[in-house]
Design a protein around this ligand. Structure first.
Ligand SMILES: Cc1cc2nc3c(=O)[nH]c(=O)nc-3n(C[C@H](O)[C@H](O)[C@H](O)COP(=O)(O)OP(=O)(O)OC[C@H]3O[C@@H](n4cnc5c(N)ncnc54)[C@H](O)[C@@H]3O)c2cc1C
Ligand code: SF4
Length: 568
């Protein structure tokens, strides 16, 4: 539908943000604070903080199947059912497989949250900064392409984001894991402390710290002003937190943006494509489709932020075709959709630990112990490229442990009232090296319910990933042995790419339009009023959980866009 005159005015804003998740919320916040009339277009339904968290306070016995699913439901959802956070209490925040089909040329578990707030409602909230090493490593070790920014460019924006979001953690003073603006840390328990001391005394190059996470351990004025309160250590976060104690767009950035009076949010609005004006050589707006009525509307703005989540952002750009850009917006290089990368989560190790039987811990801590990457950090010291982080935790077995099945009556009660032995779990989070072959593209014949071509995912592991996995399984088992663990069992989860839910790339940043799509401010090299600041912009993956970096990159780019709005 093409509209003119007064009708067009009605649909005209200063800025449009596509997607209201972790990155889109930040774009909206910064653009609105800078005075720009901003439209957020969100394909999913409205989810209001507190009011729309229907299971936040439910007990296990209040669910039909005590939190489990029927076999039929599981059979109908072979992909999303693999996500550890998908359960009856959270399923309303996850995309069901049949509602949004895609084509897996190679196995790829695409986990999505299509609603206001996106995956910010269901993320695990682990937040570490990148260091200078991650921004330098593609150039230093010869992979991907050089990042056009360095740590110093993003450091002030990490601070800006962290103060507003609220990140708990220690001041650890590490070069390869820069300190954050931190709230009080969560504590390690006695076994985790014991392991930390052993590992750090055995390996001088390895550091062990408590995980940093987006939870308010002691809310500051800025958090109280957002209406958010202290974390109760319940670990029911994936249901939505009525206290606003973890960061989500719904509890934080979106209501903050709304308070400025500059925000308009349209939910149930699927963005089909970005409109390109051949005369001005700029994007003029976007084409949206009402997800229920299928009515099409064009929205106009001077600046467009694409924050639909990595693969959806790739889809929108690939589908934004004009005579100037027949292969997708800004895609003269043919690289759009290529160099998709993710995190390698295949290495897990379980073990037991004898001792400390008289010790326990209280509450459900929403984070784990972690070790920043000790491979290829300062010099190339492994037979693969990139690094990996390690997470571990020690917990005591609970009342459901297997020995309970052998007992009855008072004996059972007595035994189960006491905690069981200690278990240790360790896992890797590995960088994957972006390669051109790992790509997404649009199907030529299959469309979704809104007439948009379905996405084809063609993303797989490489030899580099296999070598990194073996390195972790060996070094992790060694560390556990030195830390005093028993029954150490390393294994390969064999999970497909995608289940890490850290997909990145396809619209990467770089210095050269021939080898990248975005410049140092996240503008498309060839269409400067379009900004991509979600995971699609990532040139490489680092080994840290990525969303803090998406937020910092978004805040930086939105600030730039607002300051330069008339000049693009
Ligand atoms: C179980 C789980 C655990 C995780 N744990 C962590 C963690 O510990 N740390 C970490 O850093 N990251 C974690 N992540 C990943 C994190 O959630 C994502 O990196 C982050 O949400 C990405 O932000 P985003 O803004 O790009 O996308 P999203 O938050 O997914 O938001 C994208 C939004 O765009 C909307 N959208 C999509 N297409 C369109 C369209 N065509 N038109 C309009 N709107 C559209 C979607 O509906 C959605 O609301 C986890 C994710 C999950 C699911
Ligand atoms: S653990 Fe904290 S953040 Fe999570 S639901 Fe409970 S109070 Fe909220």
């Amino acid at each position: 539908m093409q509209i003119n005159g007064k009708a067009k005015e009605k649909y005209t804003y200063d800025a449009i943000v596509i997607g209201s998740g972790i990155s889109g919320g930040w774009a909206a916040k910064v653009l609105c604070e800078k005075g720009l009339k901003t439209l957020v277009l969100e394909r999913g339904r409205a989810v209001k903080h507190k009011a729309d968290y229907p299971t936040a306070m439910s007990h296990p016995w209040e669910f039909d199947y005590r939190g489990q699913f029927s076999k039929k439901f599981l059979d109908e959802n072979p992909v999303v059912k693999k996500c550890y956070a998908f359960e009856d209490a959270t399923q309303h925040f996850f995309v069901k497989d049949n509602d949004h089909p895609y084509v897996q040329e190679k196995p790829f578990d695409w986990i999505r949250g299509y609603q206001e707030g996106g995956k910010s409602l269901i993320w695990a909230r682990q937040t570490q900064r990148w260091s200078h090493l991650e921004f330098e490593s593609p150039q230093r070790d010869g992979y991907a392409t050089d990042w056009p920014i360095r740590y110093k460019d993003i450091a002030p924006w990490y601070s800006e984001v962290e103060k507003f979001v609220g990140i708990s953690g220690n001041t650890d003073g590490l070069d390869n894991l820069p300190d954050c603006e931190s709230l009080p840390p969560w504590e390690m328990n006695c076994v985790e402390e014991h392991m930390k001391d052993k590992i750090m005394s055995e390996y001088k190059d390895r550091k062990v710290v408590i995980g940093r996470c987006a939870h308010l351990t002691r809310p500051q004025e800025i958090h109280l002003a957002q209406g958010r309160g202290q974390c109760q250590a319940r670990e029911l976060c994936y249901r939505g937190c009525p206290y606003g104690a973890y960061f989500s767009s719904n509890s934080s950035t979106l209501p903050w943006a709304a308070r400025t009076g500059n925000l308009t949010t349209k939910t149930d609005s699927v963005v089909h494509s970005i409109l390109y004006d051949e005369k001005t050589k700029k994007a003029s707006g976007v084409k949206g489709i009402d997800s229920n009525t299928k009515e099409e509307t064009e929205y106009y703005a001077q600046v467009i932020f694409v924050n639909a989540a990595t693969l959806n952002t790739n889809m929108i750009l690939l589908n934004s075709i004009s005579s100037r850009f027949p292969n997708g917006l800004g895609n003269d290089s043919g690289l759009l959709g290529k160099y998709i990368c993710f995190h390698n989560y295949r290495g897990n190790i379980i073990a037991s630990f004898d001792g400390y039987e008289d010790k326990y811990y209280s509450g459900r801590r929403p984070t784990a112990v972690m070790m920043p990457s000790y491979r290829n950090a300062y010099k190339h010291d492994a037979d693969f490229k990139g690094g990996y982080m390690v997470f571990y935790s020690a917990t005591r077995q609970g009342w459901g442990r297997s020995e309970s099945r052998e007992l009855l009556g008072p004996e059972l009660k007595d035994k189960m009232a006491k905690p069981g032995p200690w278990n240790v779990f360790m896992m890797m989070q590995g960088e994957t090296v972006p390669i051109e072959e790992n790509h997404v593209r649009l199907s030529q014949d299959k469309k979704d319910a809104w007439g948009i071509p379905q996405l084809i995912t063609s993303v797989g592991y490489t030899d580099n990933d296999e070598k990194m996995l073996q390195d972790f399984l060996t070094t992790g088992a060694e560390m556990l042995e030195k830390a005093g663990c028993k029954n150490i069992r390393p294994y390969d989860t064999k999970q497909a790419p995608g289940l890490d839910i850290h997909e990145m790339g396809g619209v990467r940043m770089g210095r050269d339009p021939e080898t990248s799509l975005l410049n140092e401010w996240n503008q498309l090299h060839l269409c400067k009023n379009v900004f991509v600041t979600d995971g699609a912009c990532m040139t490489s993956t680092g080994s840290q959980n990525p969303s803090l970096t998406f937020m910092a990159i978004t805040a930086r780019a939105a600030d730039f866009a607002a300051k330069n709005i008339g000049k693009m």
